[in-house]
Design a protein around this ligand. Structure first.
Ligand code: GLA
Length: 721
């Protein structure tokens, strides 16, 4: 065979569909097979571990015909409301003539590189739905979305527009959801899914994840476990309302529908416009949650997180130290504290803006992004300069989507505010949301960043907050198309963030929403990190960080040392924050010399080891949900460096302590185990300290890293000899 012919046959195998009617989509370990039946309906015939023999695909069976032989019931990839399927549909369209149904039939598909697209069409109405699948082979993540388009004259409304429907068949199904509230983010709750429906959703618009986070896990055939079992892990990449529906049908098949929440969002879609749904991302691990988390974290680091390959800055924030009560003198003193501590950046929080209505507390000023003259007479440029003189970078807090009614902005542009006409307004934290559906408002929000950057090109970091959900849902801009509000708001936000990113590619930004009220993976295409929670009590943080670690990389998880829970030592508080993107929000003057010294040394160690701390190779060894200890481990890709973080919370009296078996090491290599980050003058009392073990021993026998003491922590370095 000639070289060309060889190359051509390689292409045939890789990129050509198996047959026109069978579409196989696979990553290194997972395979999804879709087939077209005799009625041109697209069905899922396989989703599971990747098959070794691709010739086996011809053995897959099409789903049984339903009651009527002309249709199928069950396993349709994008079922439509009003047709023969009895369960939750993915798609609902109201045609211009009032007809509320569509039947979507396969037209064609193409597979190029890592992307597959499949065109479905209604044969009666001019409506196309194109389904997209993008695979990240090595990370074993599949991305799904759909594009909807019509050519009808008159008004066409979309009632539902999910991104994905997946079907599973297993003896039983166990869901883990991530319930939330202010200061209680990512609380993991398990339940068995039985016949019927369970919905996890949000209808809060901006602070969208306040009550529920856009992540889920389903154990297929048993409750989810860390290192064993088949588990589906999914998330919606959408900085707004989401909805996951888990439905077990009459044949005990689990259907998982994921997408933007359609509640209060019946969308008017103009002729020839394309409606792109949100992106749904999933992985199917055959080895439990640990493997799924490592996949998600690696995928975030390789493909999703903004500036993932760049460094991150440790920082000192002034929020909990000063709240609104600061002036130039106080801030300049804090810059030198930041320098003394050894962090990279000082972050000025809320309270620096507003003149007619100065931002003295959270009742006024939001929207008026001019520096408060009598509080900071020399403006932001002076602060940037002074920070620089002290050897630290400068960052600043903004909340540009929000407005206090007591502000010049609200007085000047009442038509820019989301609020119900002729009704009382409900205020969340005394504020309202600007109408980002309106391009003029988008310009304004962009200008908040742009003006600050124009005046202060040396600003390195912004904390972009968002404290109010959208409640009084009425957009003066959209007029009669109010159903578009929640969706167009997010699109407006993305337009602004696209502009920010294009103009200021070097700017680091923290996504914050009264803690972790905004925490989705598409938001992190724009933001370099996110604030996990206002709750920085280290014990609570062990749970919150444990939860987020199922999907999010450590590099993106801002973790600050504060005064929350002073029963815990500074060491314990620092050691918990060390697991994420380390920062401080604490008055250093109140700390003892030893405590301050500990912080300085810990920051040095953090900087030395951050590549390991941020590695996606996370092993959750002891769960805080299962007792009074928590142990997690990170390993770098070459397996020559690892860190173990061990915490004792409130162990029971006389509790017997088990060895903790490490994971992810090179069994044949030798490793030196050394406790680091010790309080000044203290020695390690861990029996494993300074000993050398084989990786095999560490993984099979393990070491003692927990104790029966309250609130004790250890950071242990495991280095290949
Ligand atoms: C939110 C954030 C806090 C702080 C305040 C300022 O609540 O989560 O970290 O920035 O706003 O008002």
């Amino acid at each position: 065979m000639t070289k060309r012919a060889l190359l051509f046959s390689y292409f045939l195998v890789l990129f050509l569909p198996l047959s026109a009617q069978t579409i196989s989509i696979s990553t290194d370990h997972t395979q999804l097979v879709l087939q077209v039946n005799s009625q041109k309906r697209l069905c899922q015939t396989y989703l599971g571990e990747r098959l070794s023999e691709q010739t086996d695909l011809s053995q897959l069976e099409m789903p049984q015909a339903g009651l009527s032989s002309s249709c199928i019931r069950g396993l349709e990839v994008y079922p439509v409301m009003g047709t023969e399927d009895y369960y939750e549909p993915t798609f609902e369209i109201h045609h211009a003539d009032g007809n509320p149904t569509s039947v979507l039939k396969y037209v064609k598909h193409s597979q190029q590189g890592n992307e597959t697209s499949i065109v479905l069409r209604d044969e009666v109405y001019p409506v196309d739905v194109t389904l997209y699948y993008k695979v990240f082979e090595r990370e074993d993540i599949i991305q799904q979305w759909a594009e909807i388009r019509h050519e009808e004259k008159g008004k066409v409304y979309l009632g539902r527009y999910a991104s994905s429907m997946l079907y599973f068949e297993a003896p039983n199904y166990y869901l883990t959801e991530f319930a939330s509230d202010w200061a209680k983010e990512m609380q993991m709750l398990d339940q068995e899914l039985k016949f019927g429906k369970k919905v996890v959703d949000s209808r809060l618009g901006t602070r969208a994840n306040l009550m529920a986070q856009p992540f889920f896990e389903v154990g297929l055939g048993g409750p989810v476990r860390e290192n064993e079992g088949t588990v589906l892990m999914g998330t919606l990449g959408w900085t707004g309302n989401f909805r996951f529906t888990f439905e077990v049908d009459n044949q005990h098949i689990l259907r998982v529908v994921s997408g933007i929440n359609h509640d209060a969002s019946t969308y008017l879609l103009k002729k020839s416009d394309t409606f792109r749904t949100a992106d749904f991302f999933f992985t199917l691990s055959q080895n439990g949650l640990g493997e799924g988390s490592r996949r998600f974290q690696r995928w975030m680091m390789n493909h999703q997180l903004h500036k993932a390959k760049d460094d991150r800055m440790t920082l000192l924030n002034n929020w909990e130290n000063t709240y609104f009560d600061f002036n130039e003198e106080k801030l300049v003193a804090l810059f030198s504290e930041a320098k003394d501590l050894g962090v990279d950046l000082f972050l000025l929080d809320d309270g620096w803006f507003g003149n007619k209505y100065p931002r003295k507390d959270d009742h006024a000023g939001l929207g008026d992004w001019q520096v408060t003259q009598d509080k900071l007479p020399q403006g932001i440029p002076y602060l940037v300069k002074k920070a620089k003189e002290n050897g630290v970078n400068f960052g600043i807090w903004i909340e540009p989507e929000m407005v206090n009614p007591k502000s010049e902005l609200a007085e000047k542009h009442p038509d820019w505010l989301i609020q119900l006409p002729s009704r009382d307004t409900y205020y969340f934290r005394n504020q309202m949301v600007l109408d980002l559906c309106n391009p003029k408002v988008q310009d304004f929000v962009f200008s908040v960043v742009d003006d600050l950057m124009q005046e202060n090109p040396e600003i390195k970091f912004m904390k972009w907050d968002c404290n109010s959900p959208i409640t009084n849902i009425y957009s003066p801009y959209l007029k009669e198309n109010q159903g578009n509000l929640y969706v167009d708001y997010v699109r407006g936000l993305y337009k602004v963030l696209d502009r920010v990113q294009a103009k200021y590619p070097d700017l680091y930004m923290m996504m914050c929403s009264g803690g972790g009220g905004r925490s989705d993976v598409t938001g992190l295409r724009y933001f370099t990190e996110f604030w996990c929670s206002d709750n920085t009590d280290p014990i609570e943080r062990l749970f919150i960080q444990w939860g987020y670690s199922h999907f999010m990389p450590a590099k993106a998880m801002c973790a600050h040392v504060t005064e929350w829970n002073r029963r815990a030592s500074i060491k314990f508080r620092v050691d918990v924050a060390f697991q994420g993107k380390l920062g401080f929000d604490i008055g250093l003057k109140g700390l003892s010399n030893d405590d301050r010294q500990y912080c300085r040394e810990a920051i040095k160690e953090y900087k030395r080891l951050k590549e390991v701390v941020w590695s996606p190779n996370l092993y959750r060894l002891v769960s805080p949900y299962e007792g009074q200890h928590c142990v997690v481990q990170r390993v770098n890709d070459s397996k020559d460096k690892s860190i173990v973080f061990a915490y004792d919370i409130h162990p029971r009296y006389g509790e017997s302590l088990l060895n903790t078996r490490l994971q992810g090491l090179d069994a044949s290599a030798k490793y030196k185990v050394k406790e680091i980050c010790l309080m000044p003058g203290k020695q390690s009392w861990l029996p494993c300290n300074n000993k050398v073990y084989t990786g095999d021993y560490l993984m099979k026998v393990g070491i003692k890293v927990t104790s029966t003491n309250d609130l004790v922590s250890h950071i242990i370095e495991v280095m290949k000899e």
